[in-house]
Design a protein around this ligand. Structure first.
Ligand code: SIN
Ligand code: FE
Length: 295
């Protein structure tokens, strides 16, 4: 049995019900907050014929993802123009709405509280891609974004492998956040005095970077920079088949994406107060360990 993963046999994006669908009767919200990946092995996202034409890195501009903002309906990071750009945005918009439906159905406690972030489309092969160590997601890490502080709110992501050749997306899932914090928290540097105000004034952050946000960025970097850790830490290899979807709190579940091509992803932000068990939140774990408030 793969303890990193909880499989749920949902086959439709809308109307999924929280009926203890997980293998051992544990509710999806508990498995998710407890640090497991919820895998929906047979939840495919159907593409229309002309949308299959977007499954190529040629749709990318300079970045590695196309990004879609559900609030404005606009796609960015693509080389496509005109009707083709609109077509890609339509596909991503439909995925975004499907992802929202799934989360609303499966995680009723979050309904009305969870916020919809950006949608991404990742058409490039991960394996062998050149990047700086900081951007190298084949190294185990937790997600933290420099420009978007969360102040402790959770980052939930829903992924769907839409590869047309049947290629799986291969991940590694590392140790539990409690263990990651135990190992790295003592070495993390505190933010410099006045730095959060400076970042805000310079427009580098969209809101105040709290000590928590600072520490999560430090943690992301510390994990990726520790080659001994990367080489030795216990991890589980996970293959997400094409035609499957999976959801995971990427701010607490240590993960690395090793290979795969053609993926859609929807980001959600969950206020801490909406969690079933707030004690699992990385903010609370770090606060317990360091003995002070961080946000
Ligand atoms: C990541 O969040 O590290 C990348 C996940 C993926 O693209 O599969
Ligand atoms: Fe990541």
């Amino acid at each position: 049995m793969n303890r990193a993963i909880e499989e749920i046999d949902v086959r439709e994006w809308s109307g999924a019900a929280d009926d203890g669908a997980g293998g051992n009767g544990r509710r999806p919200v508990e498995a998710l907050e407890g640090g497991q990946v919820l895998l929906f092995p047979r939840l495919a996202f159907a593409l229309e014929e002309r949308e299959r034409g977007y499954l190529t890195p040629a749709v990318l501009a300079k970045s590695k993802n196309v990004s879609f903002n559900p609030a404005t309906g606009k796609a960015g990071g693509t080389s496509l123009e005109g009707a083709e750009r609109e077509g890609l945005a339509t596909m991503m918009s439909r995925f975004s709405a499907s992802a929202k439906d799934l989360v609303d159905g499966l995680l009723p406690e979050y309904r009305g509280k969870i916020g919809l972030g950006r949608t991404s489309f990742r058409p490039a092969e991960i394996a062998g891609r050149a990047s700086s160590w900081r951007k190298n997601d084949t190294l185990l890490h937790i997600d933290a974004f420099p420009s978007t502080p969360t102040h402790g709110d959770r980052i939930l992501r829903l992924f769907c492998n839409v590869n047309a050749e049947g290629k799986p997306r291969v991940w590694r899932v590392g140790e539990h956040f409690e263990r990651v914090a135990e190992r790295f928290a003592p070495g993390l540097r505190r933010p410099g005095w006045g730095s959060s105000t400076m970042l805000r004034l310079l427009g580098i952050t969209k809101s105040r970077r709290t000590e928590y946000d600072h520490l999560m960025l430090e943690l992301h970097d510390a994990m990726k920079q520790d080659s001994q850790y990367q080489g030795q830490v216990e991890h589980t290899q996970c293959e997400f088949p094409s035609g499957s979807a999976w959801a995971v709190f990427v701010d607490s579940v240590s993960h690395a994406a090793m290979s795969g091509q053609h993926q859609l992803e929807q980001t959600f932000y969950l206020p801490l107060s909406a969690m079933h068990a707030e004690s699992h939140a990385p903010l609370r774990v770090l606060e317990r360990r360091l003995g002070r408030r961080l946000a």
